[in-house]
Each structure stands twice: as C-alpha cells, then as structure tokens.
Design a protein around this ligand. Structure first.
Ligand code: CNA
Length: 319
C-alpha cells in the first residue's frame, strides 16, 4: 500500500456536475466508497458529527470515545461495549434512497464494487449483490466467540444486545460452569482437572475465572486493534486498476486504511465526493455537498435515469 501511495500524483480531469453525469454514462467500473452518512436519513447516527454516536457516549468517561470499539478493552471489560451496543444495533428491513442509487448502478452493470465502512448491513436489504459488496469493517451479520471462535448468526445476539446483557457462547458457558463445579482448591489442591477432555491446572482455572470476556460473543464488526477482513485487501488489489470512477459518499474519510483508497486509485480516474460536510484532507475533482439521498436523486435525474424508493417521502433529509 505504501508503495502505491508514494507514487501517486493527482491529475484533475473534470470539475462540473455535467462532467460527472457524462462520466456516469460512460463508466463501467465504478467504485463507491460509503460511510455512516448513507444511513443517517434512517435515524442511524453517524460517529463524528456533533449529534453523532461519539458525543452520545461521552458519559462513559473514556479517555477517547473510540475506545468503546477498542479490542483490548473489549477483552478486559466487554460490558462497556455491551452497555452501548443497543445504540448501534441496526434496524431490519430498511434501506435509504442512497442504497437504492447504488443498486441502480449495479443493475446497469456499472458498479465494480461498493466498499462500505458501515456495519449496519442495510446493503443486503437493498439487494446490492453480495459479490459487489465489501464490508470493510465487518458487520452485525454474524458474531464470534472471543475464546473458541464459535460463530453464530448476528441476529442470535440481538435480544441480548437490546437487553444490555453479555451474549455467551453455548460451548464455553457449559465448559466454564463445569469447570467451576469441579474446581475446589480445598479438595483438588493443585491437581489437574479434566473438563470436556481438556486438562486444566488449578492456576489456569483461577486465571479463566477472572477473564471477564471468557466465552463472550462479539459481533463481527472490526474493532480498533483488529485486522480488516482479508476480502477488503483482496478486492482492493484487484479493483484499483479497473476502476474508472470513484465516488465517496457519506464519509469523513478519517479511518485508515479505508481512507487510503482515494490515494490508491490511479491519478487519471476522477474522484467525486457526495457528503454533508467538506472533506478537506483529500483532493476531489468534484465535491457535491448536501444530503446524499437528495444529491443522488438529482444526479440520477440529470442522467435521465430513475430509481424507486418506497419510503423516500418519509425520510427527514433536507425535506
Ligand atoms: P463519520 O466519521 O461519522 O462521518 C460521517 C460523514 O457523513 C460526515 O462527514 C457527515 O458530514 C456525513 N453525513 C452525515 N449524514 C449525511 C447525509 N445524510 N448525507 C451526506 N453526508 C452525511 O463516519 P465514517 O463512515 O466516515 O467513519 C467510519 C466508521 C463509522 C466506520 O467504522 C463505521 O463502522 C462507522 N459507523 C457506521 C454506522 C453504520 O453502519 N450505519 C453508523 C455510525 C458509524
């Protein structure tokens, strides 16, 4: 990635909405990079806006509100994340007009890939094909035990999240209960104890009993300190030289390595930003500032295309 970054020099190719419309007509391999702003019209807060999620969790008193997604902290004290996880639990069966816009580009055979930083998995309700989608930061679609890697469908832990309780892995829970039942330092002394055909020393059992995240299920969203899904790197390496238009939508582009995508796309490929706030640290050919649903509607009109969205009128954006 560093090699690609250092060799880049931007070549500005266009700067008007008409150029954008012309390019949309001719483009065959569009990369759309999305962030939290594409779901805010559904009432899901973004992270960094003044009314966003990070300002809502200030009461936790963490040094940095981003620490609610710190993997090391999760392993030490998973209840911090689960005390606020209900705030970010995605709604089901809804998607925004912007998601419909992406689906329309896919139906027209123009979408190379939608790299989404979102964890709400709403792209699936809009029927954006799974092979066109990269969940750069994972999603709530599945959850994994931090101790034994047991996987469950994400919806299995939604009830726990709503009830603000820790979702526990069935395997590890049984193992832990059995361990605690068998373990009695006065009787066993320092002898090994056999649980589910695994041997544990009394010292190991003492340690395990103090690990608060032992057997806790974690949604498969990428926390700070965890690697991004392998699919992100594989797709990006294959896509960056095919891409003929990059559109970044509803993102502050503050989280690396996803934010590096703008520097990896070849210099002659136009880059467009559609966002409520300007993104000053990146160099776009065109920045369309406003509510992304409205801008997508306007651009689609100018292209002479149409996309349907059943709930358009109900959404609050700029209306
Ligand atoms: P961010 O840093 O909170 O930035 C969001 C950007 O969207 C801001 O620049 C806003 O100006 C802009 N924005 C907000 N509403 C609109 C709108 N209606 N139209 C156009 N622009 C709008 O969020 P990023 O996505 O840049 O940061 C990456 C994080 C956020 C990822 O790790 C995500 O997992 C995480 N996140 C995801 C969700 C979700 O899945 N819906 C929600 C909140 C945060």
């Amino acid at each position: 990635i560093n090699k690609v970054l250092s060799s880049r020099l931007r070549i500005v190719t266009f700067s008007t909405i008409d150029n954008f419309v012309t390019r949309l007509h001719s483009a065959k391999n569009i990369i759309i990079l999305t962030g939290a702003g594409v779901s805010t019209s559904l009432g899901i807060p973004d992270f960094r806006s003044s009314e966003g999620f990070y300002s809502r969790v200030k009461y936790l008193g963490l040094n940095d509100p981003q620490d609610v997604f710190n993997y090391e902290l999760f392993k030490k004290e998973p209840s911090i994340f689960y005390s606020i996880a209900n705030m970010i639990l995605p709604p089901e069966n809804v998607y925004s007009p912007l998601h419909s816009f992406i689906k329309m580009l896919s139906d027209k055979g123009k979408l190379l890939r939608n790299y989404t930083q979102n964890i709400d998995n709403l792209e699936s309700y809009a029927h954006i094909p799974a092979d066109k989608l990269v969940h750069c930061h994972g999603s709530f679609a599945s959850a994994t035990c931090v101790t034994c890697d047991w996987k469950v469908s994400g919806s299995k832990i939604f009830k726990n999240i709503r009830n603000v309780e820790l979702p526990i892995c069935p395997n590890c829970y049984k193992e832990r209960v059995k361990m605690m039942k068998l373990y009695n330092p006065y009787v066993n002394g320092s002898a090994d104890i056999n649980v589910n055909n695994k041997k544990f020393t009394s010292a190991e059992i003492e340690t395990i009993s103090n690990i608060k995240s032992y057997g806790v299920l974690k949604p498969d969203i990428t926390f700070f300190g965890e690697p991004l899904p392998e699919r992100f790197f594989q797709c990006l390496m294959a896509d960056m030289h095919k891409c003929d238009l990059l559109i970044c939508i509803g993102t502050s582009l503050k989280v690396a390595p996803v934010s590096d995508i703008v520097n990896m796309i070849p210099a002659q490929v136009p880059q467009v930003l559609i966002n409520r706030d300007p993104v000053r640290h990146a160099d776009f050919d065109l920045s369309l500032l406003g509510f992304c649903d409205d801008i997508a509607g306007l651009v689609t009109n100018r292209c002479g295309w149409k996309f349907n969205h059943k709930d358009w009128e109900k959404l609050s954006n700029g209306k």
